[in-house]
Ligand binder design. Structure first.
Ligand code: COA
Ligand code: MG
Length: 320
């Protein structure tokens, strides 16, 4: 069975409508953990065949993934639509594709279908020994999906993350989105909890639909802080101007990384003399706190922090 680990910290996931030749070209000059070319809701039904062909050409013409993009994905149409099989058949065999985002996943059978299709359409990447299968990322956007999360998370060895989509979820439940996002609290928390229980490495939060000016930026920052606090590790973006903010706010802050490095250094020294609980800056540190510090250091390394420099700076840190 293929590994579920994801070596990239998937923080910003930027949608690029596949129907826009200008945006397809523009995407290659952007820096983002993930670029997701969209064939679903940003493309009208009549434009889908042309957009699919344009996307195939765009991806085929790439000799390799641009270094500023860590993951190239496509969002196909929902499995229940007449477009999904054509999307998969046309695009899954392409070598530059890292992941497929599947919208409106309602039950485990949607992902079983996609998994079988990937095994059939790109067999060498989906045999047991393949190191780089095309990963699946599932959009959770209905009440039905929320109650079936456990089965959905267990349905494919290629599943590498969940995304919460607020607008379709609000439609399904006849909710009105408010700036507090309180109406989504249960669904968002259920998603991060189910993903963690199934050891999925990535959970991506809702789109911030306002992207213009100071007000858009303030809303985006507030939503990023809220999503991070709930346990999400990233956020969907619809405009390139959102990506830097999302990547910065979903990475550990400098202060957090420094704290984590000090803890890990002092914890090694405390452990060497048999101390499981000790203090730093007047606060008690024990196994879960030291474990959290270790996880922050690992994430910081993946996000490009110079952790060795910090370890050198704090090499004399002792447990208090
Ligand atoms: N990906 C790549 N490039 C994008 C982009 C995106 N998502 N959004 C905007 N751009 C480009 C524009 O083409 C423009 O490029 P240019 O300077 O070469 O002309 C530049 O960024 C500035 O764009 P701007 O004028 O501010 O925005 P816009 O009015 O052209 O587009 C949206 C606004 C919201 C329509 C557009 O951002 C968009 O389509 N976003 C994605 C929507 C989507 O995929 N929805 C489904 C998933 S929720
Ligand atoms: Mg949707």
């Amino acid at each position: 069975m293929a590994a579920r680990s994801s070596s990239i910290p998937r923080r910003a996931l930027l949608y690029v409508p596949a129907s826009s030749p200008r945006m397809l070209t523009k995407s290659l000059g952007l820096s983002s953990d993930n670029i997701t070319y969209d064939l679903e809701d940003s493309v009208t039904p009549t434009a889908k065949p042309t957009a699919r062909t344009a996307l195939r050409e765009h991806l085929t013409n790439l000799s390799s993934r641009p270094p500023s993009i860590s993951e190239l994905a496509i969002r196909i149409n929902a499995i229940s639509t007449p477009y999904a099989l054509d999307d998969l058949t046309t695009l899954a065999p392409l070598p530059n594709l890292d992941a497929i985002v599947i919208p409106k996943v309602n039950s485990a059978s949607d992902l079983t279908f996609a998994t079988d299709a990937l095994r059939h359409l790109a067999p060498s990447r989906h045999c047991d020994s393949s190191p780089n299968p095309i990963k699946i990322i599932a959009l959770i956007e209905s009440a039905r999906a929320i109650v079936d999360l456990r089965e959905i998370c267990a349905s494919s060895p290629f599943l590498s993350g969940l995304i919460f989509a607020a607008e379709d979820f609000a439609l399904d439940l006849s909710l009105t989105r408010t700036p507090s996002l309180n109406e989504f609290l249960y669904a968002r928390s259920a998603i991060v909890t189910a993903a963690r229980a199934a050891n999925l490495p990535s959970t991506i939060d809702l789109v911030c639909t306002s992207y213009k000016g100071g007000e858009g930026l303030a809303r985006l920052e507030e939503e990023c802080e809220g999503g991070k606090a709930l346990g999400f590790n990233g956020k969907q973006c619809i405009h390139p101007s959102q990506v830097d903010t999302v990547q910065r706010l979903f990475a550990p802050s400098e202060k957090e990384v420094e704290w984590a490095v000090r803890i890990t250094i002092a914890d090694e020294k405390a452990a060497a003399v048999g101390r499981g609980a000790w203090t730093l800056d007047g606060a008690m540190i024990d196994a879960p706190v030291a474990g959290k510090a270790k996880a922050i250091v690992e994430k910081a390394q993946k996000c490009g922090f110079d952790v060795d420099d910090l370890r050198e700076k704090w090499k004399d840190q002792e447990p208090e």
